[in-house]
Design a binder for this molecule. Structure first.
Ligand code: FEO
Length: 162
């Protein structure tokens, strides 16, 4: 049986992951409006991954005999100034999620909840990949200056994400 403190924190993380999906979907929609189909596709995939993250926490709480309690999801920002702005904000958001995951690890360690600590390791590794992936795009955008052929090429590259 899962402790209430852990259950509450994991439910809060479901909300964080669902908000991430919402945020990335809003960005995907704006990229689509900007005729950057590759960026839009990349963000849609990102949003789908966030839903999968939320479901991992959901199933884990259920498996441990806990109670999933869903909270209201706040609305994401509706508009951004540029493609780089969106990518820099997604990086900042991923850094925030990494911090949330690390806080969960600290809590699980304090509570001696070894199963939760073990489950969270997947997320610790995932966050390293997530931050690296977004950082690469942010850096490329800086290089190409968000214009012309460079942007077109990057859009094509992002459109190939599985
Ligand atoms: Fe669920 Fe992008 O971290």
């Amino acid at each position: 049986m899962i402790k209430k403190t852990i259950q509450d924190a994991l439910n809060q993380q479901i909300n964080e992951e669902l908000f991430s999906a919402y945020l990335y979907l809003a960005m995907a929609a704006q990229f689509s409006e900007m005729n950057l189909g590759g960026f839009s596709h990349w963000m849609e995939k990102q949003a789908q991954e966030e839903l999968e993250h939320a479901m991992k926490f959901y199933h884990f709480i259920n498996e441990r005999g806990g109670r999933v309690e869903l909270q209201a999801i706040k609305g994401p920002q509706k508009e951004w100034d540029s493609a780089s702005r969106m990518m820099t904000e997604s990086l900042a958001h991923e850094e925030h999620i990494t911090e949330c995951i690390h806080n969960l690890v600290e809590l699980a360690t304090r509570e001696k909840d070894y199963a939760t600590m073990n489950m969270l390791q997947w997320f610790v590794n995932e966050q390293v990949e997530e931050e690296a992936g977004v950082t690469e795009i942010v850096e490329k955008l800086k290089l190409i200056g968000e214009r012309g052929q460079g942007l077109f090429m990057l859009d094509r590259e992002l459109g190939a994400r599985d």
